[in-house]
Design a protein around this ligand. Sequence first.
Ligand code: DQA
Length: 146
Amino acid sequence: MKLYVINGPNLNMLGKREPELYGVKTLLEIENDLVELGADLGHEIKCFQSNIEGEIVSFIQNAGVEGNGIILNAGAYTHTSIAIRDAVLCCSLPVVEVHLSNPHAREVFRRRSLLSDVCRGVIAGFGWRSYCLALTWFADYYDDER
Ligand code: DQA
């Protein structure tokens, strides 16, 4: 299966950005770990990051063409973007929302996600391992279907 990992704004700064909250791994290190874990589980992982809302919308639209699932950390757009919500709604693939931090344990404005109710599930608060947990869910999900 082909699974997409999409990261939104400021996640390209991981490693330097508030490491006490988001950890010390860079995005490239996390992506490399996911590609490796994906290969172990028999899945191809394609990673994409953008700071631009419309680019994320376009990527989600195109992912439906030949992908099998999306792991999405929309960063701050999680809390603001009706456009990304609509792209998720329109996309036929299962989408798992992930966050490194636990937004519910932070500022009030982070407690509202415009994505959670249109995603298959949400994994938050486990640092870079949030992405790995989402990936293992996809592996189980597609194994069950086989
Ligand atoms: C985040 C949480 C968001 O509130 C924040 O804007 C981010 C990162 C996370 O992974 O914990 O950019 O999505």
